[in-house]
Design a binder for this molecule. Sequence first.
Ligand code: ADP
Length: 477
Amino acid sequence: MKIRTKLMIFFSVIYILIILAFGRIFYLNLIKIFTGSLEGKIGQMMDSIEKELNKHGISNKEELMELLNRGTQGEFAFRKDAGDYFWVGFYTKELEYLTSTNLARKFPLDLKTIDMKKKVQIVTFENVPNNHALFHSDSEGRVYALVNKKLIRAGGFHFYLVVLLPVTSERHGLKRLGKTTLLSFATLLIIVIISGLLFIAYTLKPIKNIVANLGSISKDDLSQRLKVHNKNDEIGELTLSINNLFERLEMSFEHERQFITDLSHEFKTPLSILRLTIENILNSPTLGDNEAEKLGPTLETLYSMDFLVQKLLYLSRLEQDKCPFNPQKTDLCKTLDKVFENLGLLAESKGLEFRKHYKEKELFLEGDPALLYMAFYNIVENALKYTDRGSVLILAGIKKHCLEITIEDTGMGISPEKLPLIFDKFYREDSSRSEKKGYGIGLSIVKRIIYLHKGKIDAESIPGVKTKFNIILPLCR
Ligand code: ADP
């Protein structure tokens, strides 16, 4: 998982937890404030009713009933002004209905259905018409009310005083407030997540740049360095360390290159002297057949070593940009024709089908004909060398405003894990091919030459079936 995703998940979870915790605390406190004020209101009503009851000194049920029935239209004397606006009810200790205000009669409450242990609780009245001054129902015909009850002890007579306060609109208001709070927190969360994402992307952008730049630095050009934006932050320190590493790598590569060049130079003269000496001995008329047979393979080895030294020196010059490069308008068809001609004998000797096909009559590019010849000779020679039966085909044409050259053979192929290594210096596939004799330098030279012409080369292969080298070169019109 990417660091960016991990950071995002971590911060989102933290933000969600914080917002949930705060949201919950905020909402619960809101409910507390609301219910607290309503409970206070209902408590006050209970207290004033109780006070009036006490004023009349009730000591039994009859006295209570007589007091309660005294008012007009069955209203209490002390609540004559109450009319339809107060829900007050009286119940026996056994929770049987005694009497109540008009409103309580219209909307009766069975005390046995409510939890008597709770001091204050909410009850619901269903199917209430929405035309009552106090009992406002919601869109579903429901009225929510807060119930408070108290056991009154009047002498030996005990009864319940129950007061009910409709809270439908308050409940709705609270619900709406809850929804708004939730929406605000959700919006806040989205803002926090988006700004977090942007911030993380901004913070990690230099790392992304480093990765992109590192990808563009090839092992053939270690002179490139990463840009340091801020030396003092961690990313700046990392960039400096990477640049340091490149410095050391470049130096060690340079040492290796220099060592190979020096060594090749050292070998060049003694090898030439040895070769000339043996050639002279072999040309001597006094030399016996026996001695000539012994010296023959030695001379062959010397030729091969001389060839290797020459190639190494050539590669070093290419790598150090010291190789003469004379670009001119060149017809690639002619270069490929020359390669085809000069390798025709090898193909014939191996009994291979050797063909060439150009989609255009002329394929011009700005290049050095000698270098291009060397590169294509190498690739085609390899194709013939590593193919024992079948064919080798040279194809050339124009594709997407570039020259595309393909050299395809039906040879032994290259295993997928070895394929990325074939352009490396001294790379040769395993010993089973050692009889094919090579030093693993040819393709390194080819790659350098193609890069010198601002082109690209890659290879694809199916082991035992075929190998294809694709070369793209800039076209010149
Ligand atoms: P060499 O002189 O050994 O041929 P090269 O640099 O030209 O060196 O090639 C490197 C290696 O790539 C070879 O040793 C061989 O294993 C592999 N190779 C190159 N061309 C082909 C090909 N057409 N078919 C199979 N293997 C190839």
